[in-house]
Design a protein around this ligand. Structure first.
Ligand SMILES: NC(=O)c1ccc[n+]([C@@H]2O[C@H](COP(=O)([O-])OP(=O)(O)OC[C@H]3O[C@@H](n4cnc5c(N)ncnc54)[C@H](OP(=O)(O)O)[C@@H]3O)[C@@H](O)[C@H]2O)c1
Length: 206
């Protein structure tokens, strides 16, 4: 049975998933956005940041999101940023399909992550991702532009927003340019921790 296509991102209360890269505030805003995830035990272990870390519902959500993911799909700007930051053992441990105009051979990392560069659009990338994911889900890892393409093409089944208590004022908006005439949302679940509110929706055709 085919899995779902989903995304799971952190968002500021005013709708941004990344701060403006040119502002002095950028580093601090990014930390505030992700404050719920950085201390979790699973995140720390997966990125090899050392032992310890917090347990609890935020940690469970990070782990469950990882475990349901058979394959990730991402845009080239997210890949470029990650290529600088991920440890040698990249934190996906599955195939990853990068939607891009750049032609590049697959890049295999220790620990089971292989990045495949797909040059003929989001649907081809998703077909390849579904085939590789088996009965697990396909995660649209980001960033905003790529997720929005999939939303507007009607190819997303479900998403979760971790709504962080921080205001950016400017930056990358996730839903800027969404085809609102096409997309309807059905609430699935709301959970909150002391740090963040997790909002899950199913996506339907309007
Ligand atoms: N808050 C969160 O949870 C979260 C999660 C993930 C990412 N992010 C943030 O998101 C930001 C990156 O997002 P972004 O919106 O700027 O960019 P993006 O979606 O990562 O990448 C966009 C790029 O991907 C390539 N691309 C996308 N669709 C394509 C298509 N149909 N055909 C060919 N190439 C295609 C193009 O690059 P080329 O033309 O160069 O190939 C395009 O410029 C980063 O700042 C990251 O930190 C936040």
């Amino acid at each position: 049975m085919a899995g779902k296509v989903f995304f799971s991102v952190s968002m500021s209360l005013d709708g941004f998933i990344a701060p403006e890269s040119s502002t002095e505030l950028m580093g601090r805003q990014w930390m505030e956005l992700q404050r719920w995830v950085f201390p979790t035990r699973f995140f720390r272990e997966n990125l090899k940041l050392g032992g310890g870390g917090e347990e609890g519902r935020d940690n469970d959500i990070v782990r469950e999101t990882f475990e349901r993911t058979g394959v990730s799909v991402m845009g080239k700007r997210m890949f470029d940023a990650g290529e600088q930051m991920w440890p040698e053992e990249a934190p996906f441990h599955t195939p990853v399909f990068v939607v891009t105009h750049e032609k590049r051979d697959p890049w295999e990392r220790p620990g089971g992550t292989t990045f495949h560069f797909v040059n003929d659009g989001i649907e081809t990338a998703l077909d390849q991702a579904r085939a590789a994911a088996g009965d697990r889900d396909v995660r649209l890892a980001g960033g905003g532009a790529t997720i929005l393409e999939y939303v507007n093409a009607g190819l997303v089944d479900e998403f979760t927003i971790a709504l962080s208590p921080v205001l950016f004022g400017s930056g990358i908006r996730l839903f800027e340019g969404v085809d609102a005439g096409r997309v309807a949302l059905e609430p699935v679940r709301t959970e909150h921790s002391p740090r963040v509110t997790h909002l899950t929706y199913a996506v339907r055709e309007r």
